[in-house]
Design a protein around this ligand. Structure first.
Ligand SMILES: Nc1ncnc2c1ncn2[C@@H]1O[C@H](COP(=O)(O)OP(=O)(O)OP(=O)(O)O)[C@@H](O)[C@H]1O
Ligand SMILES: [Mg+2]
Length: 354
């Protein structure tokens, strides 16, 4: 099947600065695809290039197999939703949704039918006559989506559309967005710097760093099998211990760090002498001291978060090491300052190039 969107060796430069560096990937039809990365890594630039608001310096964008060079934003089968939504405040909900159809000269009866259908899709059936200002943040969000979908784009581009909402609503809207996407089957390309958002909604995620792609995979891949130290540290919480590889055997690497000599899975087949970071997820770090690798330090903090408790230890080089344990079964964490021991098994640790 032809890719919905193909990014082929895309580079975007602003003067001497390279915002996007030789990015290639294919986004499948009907896929919910996210770009995840820190501020300034080039996410919006990629989206603007797909939508036609930004020309590539090098490389090609293909949509449905067609080269988009020279094709303006209005001629592309894409619709873009910005962070601020850009709804028309003086129009009703229905007028906002029908706007794109009106400028395309779609007859009123057809337009009304489509608007009703979309109001239904976003569960605002009886609220078409409301003014935009009478809506909640989440409702406005849904109107922006309906307005974008009205012109039947093949690809919907969303640039951090939930970032203005409060946490509770944001979590609710994640599910809504995903459900809407499933119902309409349109390809969604979603930008976020919130890894929780990316993990819960996406079929696949491209993790970006400084203009290039570090890894593409589903949520599980990028969380459980990070390919680079950047992905390991950026996606989810992680403990990282940096040092030098002193031994390799049986798929494990031994890394000498400031906190001790630890073993972990040698995912990238590093050789002795390589600089490496050994990562251990907080949920795999054990507070009961069981495991081949031991870290001693002093209790710093126990943050109760309902389902889990975050235990923080101050290690001997005064860095923090975190262990997450099930809240209900959490043993009382010793008083701040008293000695504690964390441990992990070698198979639960991942060694990546530093
Ligand atoms: N028109 C422009 N002229 C010059 N530099 C630009 C322009 N647009 C973006 N940049 C630079 O390119 C880099 C990438 O910007 P971009 O907006 O793509 O980042 P982003 O990943 O979307 O970040 P954020 O999460 O903060 O929105 C930034 O360093 C930015 O300053
Ligand atoms: Mg941006």
């Amino acid at each position: 099947m032809t890719a919905a969107v193909e990014i082929d060796h895309l580079t975007v430069q602003f003067g001497l600065f390279t915002a996007v560096k030789d990015v290639s990937l294919q986004i499948r039809q009907g896929e919910f695809f996210s770009f995840l990365g820190p501020s300034g890594c080039g996410k919006t630039t990629i989206l603007r290039t797909i939508s036609g608001f930004q020309d590539p310096s090098k490389g090609i964008i293909r949509i449905g197999g067609q080269d988009m060079q020279g094709i303006g934003p209005n001629q592309r089968p894409t619709a873009l939703i910005f962070q601020n939504l850009a709804l028309f405040p003086l129009m009703t909900v229905a007028e906002n949704i029908g706007y794109g159809l009106r400028v395309r000269g779609v007859p009123k009866a057809d337009r009304d039918r489509k608007v009703d259908e979309l109001l239904n899709l976003i569960a605002l059936s009886d609220q078409g006559n409301k003014k935009i200002e009478e809506l909640s943040g989440g409702q406005k969000q849904r109107v922006a989506i309906a307005r974008a979908l009205a012109v039947e784009p093949k690809v919907l581009l969303l640039d951090e559309p939930l970032s203005a909402l409060d946490l509770k609503l944001r979590q609710h809207m994640r599910n809504e967005l995903r459900a809407i996407q499933r119902r309409v089957g349109v390809t969604f390309i979603y930008i976020t710097h919130d890894q929780g958002e990316a993990l819960t909604m996406s079929d696949r995620i491209a993790v970006m760093n400084r203009g290039h792609i570090e890894q593409v995979g589903n949520g599980r891949d990028v969380y459980e099998n990070p390919e680079t130290a950047f992905v390991a540290a950026f996606v989810g919480e992680n403990n990282g211990f940096t040092g030098m590889v002193t031994r390799v055997a049986d798929g494990l690497a031994t890394v000498e760090t400031a906190l001790g000599t630890f073993n972990g899975v040698n995912r990238k087949s590093l050789a002795v002498g390589a600089k490496a970071t050994l990562f251990v997820r907080p949920e795999l770090m054990r507070f009961d001291g069981e495991g081949e690798n031991i870290i001693d330090g002093h209790a710093a903090d126990a943050a109760y978060e309902g389902i889990t408790t975050h235990l923080t230890m101050k290690a001997k080089d005064s860095s923090s090491v975190v262990a997450t344990i099930a809240g209900a079964t959490a043993k009382a964490f010793p008083e701040s300052g008293s000695s504690v021991r964390f441990a992990f098994t070698s198979r639960d640790a991942t060694v990546l190039p530093a």
